[in-house]
Design a protein around this ligand. Sequence first.
Ligand SMILES: [Zn+2]
Length: 319
Amino acid sequence: MLNFAPAFKDAFRALCLATFCALGFALPPAEAASGAFAFSQVAPGVYVHHGEVAETSPANRGDIANIGFVVGDEAVAMIDSGGSAAVGEAALEGLRAITNKPVRYLVNTHMHPDHIFGNQAFKAAGAGLIGHRRLPAALTARGEFYKQSMRDQLGAELADAVVITPPDETVDSERMIDLGGRELTLKAWSTAHTDNDLTVYDQRTRTLFAGDLVFLDHLPVIDGSIKGWLAQMPELKAIPAERVVPGHGPVSTPWPEALEPETRYLEALASDIRMAIADGVPLAEAAETAGRSEADKWQLFDTYNARNATAAYAELEWE
Ligand SMILES: [Zn+2]
């Protein structure tokens, strides 16, 4: 059951989330898991599948987030599992076409369904699931809600195929995992895109899996804190990566340049909202105008900007 805090701010976020879910799921079972699930190698032993930059649709069956894996001498770590049980199964099949090593870990970068609704396939394959320390609570609070939204949109059959599968272990601040001669650094961040963002850094190739802490092409979505996200940019930027795998957008992009577009957007939005609040512009009006200078620079701008502006207004109003 849902467990939202009674505060207005949280209620507002719940509403935003409901919209997110309504917009996010439109996948019919008939399209599930057809065709090969392609991974491309972006660095030695690092494979990424490109999720379409789009809303979930019948054509993409929830395959809208970048997911990937890293192969060590002994084992594999998968990073995120896709937006439906069918996508998770297809991803595991695609992985198996590349390596037979055991999938020792599945790391979840955060709670959103397009990143974790394929978890059960990897759990069944024997992977240990790892997430941010706040991921279990987020799934307890929102998992059934996400599924109900999916049910409303698509019917019980497809929604009921998803088993909300929480992490077996969590990361408080930082943790290393060893794949045999290959170590990955997992880092739990403070609230930004969500309150449970986790990144994965492959030291051998200096590849950063950023989850939705990095958006490219796809408008960034704020479901955590715009202030928190901006405040952590310097720390993100300091990661000595050569390339990043963003949650959405091109599967491999030079680092830290990849941070520039979303930083520019978030700063523009925060600045416009602060000005609107100072000028007494009501929320409904500010939601239509804030961030407009970025409209032609992003895909899905009209889908998500007003919601971002609304979330930012609710947060910055209390400064
Ligand atoms: Zn997300």
